[in-house]
Design a protein around this ligand. Structure first.
Ligand code: GTQ
Ligand code: FE2
Length: 355
């Protein structure tokens, strides 16, 4: 970074002669001079190590299948191939603040019950007749469904069907670990007991009504499966009477019906319909974002880099990089980011247009 007076401060290395001994001795006292790092520490605008990256599902799927030959879900606890951002190698994260991975469960397998502070989302890629059980309630999942595992709730997954089940996991693990706040418990049996009928949460909270004895306080939506059939229908009907937004086309966020806020306390999630032939105008925001393609195909330009996508591909847009999305066939994109955290902390910024 440049060090003109308008830019964040960085000391000219030519002035540093004669200071090395001081720096050395200070280091021995666990002290360090701010002026040598200030420009890089307090940046003028977001500087992200995250690289715009795409994982083509056709490239990745064979590795999921190969993993199934090498390890069971039971041995792995969770048989997940992590999507590691090439700008953050070895750090088990897809963006600076979020973890993502592809989880595969074969017919008859159970991913055993556990619970942890980290919240998880599941975005279903392929398969049917597999469930996740959350806090004693099972939900069967279909492609395009958005499913939530709230912080510290017991959860296990099982595949009762005939084919593999694959979903995208998104977790706030890097945020939890930034604050060294992680706890995890294993359950003594593979499955936690089921105590509520399937669909109970949908009945209690999915009818624009609340049970009269509902006690507020939970941070996460009590709805834990947002089925694609409804999401898709909503976007389709929306597109018939509203004009597409120039920067987002048709974009709807998943909400907690109790609060009207985002569905999860740490991860924002949404679904976006970009009609065939539509191209969104340049937009940037401070939330590095993970996208996965549900339907359609197209091309995104992210920070000047061209990314061609098809169904099930996963790609990342780094913070403060301009993004544009063009659909060559009616396209539906699921997105998630740490936006909700940033909003709560007053960090979030966005910019429409690059003029
Ligand atoms: O399915 O419970 O990808 O606990 C990482 C941690 C999935 C899970 C992950 C987890 C899970
Ligand atoms: Fe988990």
């Amino acid at each position: 970074m440049d060090s003109t007076s308008a830019m964040a401060h960085t000391v000219n290395p030519a002035n540093e002669r004669g200071r090395e001994g001081f720096y050395q001795r200070a280091g021995g006292q666990n002290l360090a001079p701010l002026w040598r790092v200030l420009g890089a520490l307090v940046t003028d605008e977001p500087v992200s190590p995250v690289k715009a990256t795409i994982w083509k599902y056709s490239d990745v799927r064979p590795y999921l299948m190969e993993a199934c030959k090498l390890i069971t879900a039971a041995e792995a606890e969770r048989r997940v191939m992590m999507l590691e951002n090439p700008g953050l190698p070895g750090q088990s994260r897809i963006t600076h603040s979020l973890f993502a991975g592809l989880q595969i469960i074969l017919p008859g397998e159970v991913a055993p019950a556990h619970r942890h502070v980290a919240s998880a989302l599941r975005f279903i890629i392929e398969g049917k007749d597999a469930y996740t059980a959350v806090a004693g309630e099972k939900t069967y999942m279909l492609p395009g469904d958005f499913v939530i595992t709230p912080s510290m709730t017991w959860h296990d997954h099982g595949n009762e069907g005939n084919g593999p089940m694959v979903w995208l996991d998104g977790l706030d693990v890097p945020i939890v670990n930034l604050m060294d706040a992680s706890f995890r418990d294993g359950y003594p049996e593979a499955n936690h007991p089921v105590t509520r009928p399937e669909g109970a949460a949908e009945i209690e909270y999915g009818y624009n009504m609340l049970p009269i004895d509902h006690e507020p306080g939970a941070q996460t939506s009590p709805i834990f499966n947002y089925p694609y059939a409804r999401t898709r229908e909503g976007l389709e009907k929306l597109s018939r009477f509203r004009k597409p937004d120039a920067y987002a086309a048709f974009k709807m966020k998943f909400i907690n019906p109790v609060t009207g806020s985002w569905a999860m306390p740490t991860i924002s999630t949404w679904m976006q319909l970009v009609p065939k032939g539509f191209k969104t105008q340049p937009y940037r925001a401070t939330d590095s974002t993970v996208f996965t393609v549900v339907e359609g195909s197209g091309t995104s330009t992210i920070g000047g880099q061209r990314i061609d996508w098809q169904p099930h591909d996963i790609f990342v847009a780094p913070s403060w990089h301009f993004q544009e999305h063009a659909a060559s066939a009616d396209a539906v994109l699921f997105g998630f980011s740490d936006r909700v955290c940033q909003e709560k902390l007053g960090f979030f910024r966005e910019q429409r247009g690059n003029a």
